[in-house]
Design a protein around this ligand. Sequence first.
Ligand SMILES: [Zn+2]
Length: 163
Amino acid sequence: MKILTYPNRKLRKKIKKVDKIDRALKKIVRRMFDLMYKEGGVGLAASQAGYQFRLAVINLTKNPKDELVLINPVITDRNGQVINDEGCLSVPGVTAPVKRSKQITCQALDLNGREIVLRDDELLARVLQHEIDHLNGVLFIDRLEPAERQKIEQELKELENQK
Ligand SMILES: [Zn+2]
């Protein structure tokens, strides 16, 4: 398992729901966490690891007890707006300010198939929005103001040329 990086077209697909939580899926989730820790990220969407289903893993602290698995996540409520710097394991070396909803409520299933509801107005809210974007084929660089996008154009070109 490795992380797909921009401009890989697989990152651009809008992907399907998970319909079955089985041992194979649990194994993939474990490997996604391991890969995310190795790369120093706080969130990883399945599509970044080459899997076309709606699943993301998140851990803001690296403490195993804070591991979050989100299956088929949806944002059910959002409030306010805030701009903050963001980066992405799939766009290495690039950070830029992204405008996001300040507070969101997110509904998903956990690895046991139980419904969970997360509500946050800090880092978790931002990470959730970022990961759910991935599941819709959207990268944070798509959400930049034109002037900010301009600033990273050169770095993106370099990533495009590394192919
Ligand atoms: Zn990302």
